[in-house]
Ligand binder design. Sequence first.
Ligand code: FES
Length: 566
Amino acid sequence: MPQGLKRGLTHYGDADFSRYLRYSFARSMGYSGKMLSRPVVGIAYPPSGFNNCHRHFPDLLEAVKRGVFAAGGLPLEFPTISLGEAFINPTSLMFRNLMSMDVEEMIRAQPMDSVVLIGGCDKTLPAQLMGAASAGLPAIQLAAGPMMTGSHEGEQLGACTDCRRFWAQFRAGEKSEAEINRIESRLATTAGTCPVMGTASTMACIVETLGFMIPGTAAIPAVHADRLRASEATGELAVRLASDGLTPDQLLTDESIENTLRVLLAIGGSTNAIIHLTAIAGRAGKEVSLKTLNQLSDTTPLLVNLKPSGIHYMEHFFAAGGLGAVLRELKPLLHLNCLDISGQTLGERLEREDAYVDHQVIRPFTEPVEPNGGLVALFGSLAPQGAILKRSAADSSLFEKKSRAFVFNSLEDLSSRIDDPELDVRPDDFLVLQNAGPRSGTGMPESGYLPIPVKLSRAGVKDMVRISDARMSGTAFGTIILHVTPEAAVGGPLGLVRTGDMIELSVSERRLDLHVPENELQKRRNEIKDFPELKEKNSERGYAWLYQNHVLQANQGCDFDFLKAK
Ligand code: FES
């Protein structure tokens, strides 16, 4: 039963007085006694002047509140941290766990019967869901929705796959400074999240597949009137959840997680999503295994023809049938008994839905974009606990290759040398970046998309194998191997690679091996006195200290060790 404002009283040593005091202050907001006796729907609300993707949140909030009021509840929003991807130093992932703690603790500390989580920009949806899963209250999520595309000289474009493409052309001398500056204001033109299948859109699809979002709403564009209608419906459903709603642990099951991995593979989703899904699952005591990912990847076709893996944008995905169309194509592979937040099973949802699908954008199961899933995990002597490759956005001619390593030992080393015209780097080299993982002190930035050295890009080289313990933006593309675990900073073999060593990549065999004898590796290990992890430990304070000492490796979702479910 909803308890409304009576829930979780402030401690003054006299419960009746605490209740009396709370209602006195609540009355100061101008609500009637009748209104204050309604079930309370909390609304986690992260707008920010530093978050362009959330600039329409006031409109979404108003529509959610409208839905809550109409259904007989009392909506009370509370601000949380907001993470605007391009505005956070050193990188937003570092603050995802902080946002999750903010959301979890404020859900628990304040009197609400259910919660609406409004999020969008990359880390915000996973952070909110991690927090809500730990808090255990019925929770429903509402995504910002993708922005609309812009255009430049007749070409449709959108952040940030095209940001990277044009920037690479500029670096290669194919675009002038005047043109790249003109393009700057045409890449991100409306409110909403990046309009490709980047991390934000992938996470919205994941949240809907897990069942935490109203079916059919993940891909609605941010500025479409349907997004406001979805917001109103979300508020309305949140009131129902306040009485007898499903709790997050009822939705986070082994079956729903497997369905979600299938969807991730079929949409060509972001590599970041593996980290986030692992962290979300970990809050419910569930594991996401990279070995399982590979098994599913072998039997799940890539169906969605969207950038960065394909050619279309999120507005096309929505018009083509959205996530519902993908789920219908995947139906024979899915666990249809999984519930969503409305209480229906996935099977019931798919029976009810409109069957329209535009097969230009969402391919039939029998004629996929690729027969296998978009992501694959690699293991071997260079990545004993795994690494990730987004093969759908990579150059398959580089998939079976043995080559010389060219090593940058830090982000500083990378930026100071990558454009040196004298650099002894060759088109066939594997570029290696060390010390950019979770415990490196860098926060595991999206630096795995190493730029092609200028001397090679000007010679026409478009792609190279790049290997690191960093991440990459979901909007990026290239033959980029990420999340190498264990990372260099904790003594992983990646930190022992030296320029000139031979590395062998075999995507068909899921292998990534360093061909250096063990005695030589041991010698190098002995020479490293200070791993960056150890150096940083004593020099930090506050949140940086907490992060440095408690963040887990990429294969465990980069969550804090003390936040996972016991
Ligand atoms: Fe916010 Fe891409 S910058 S989703």
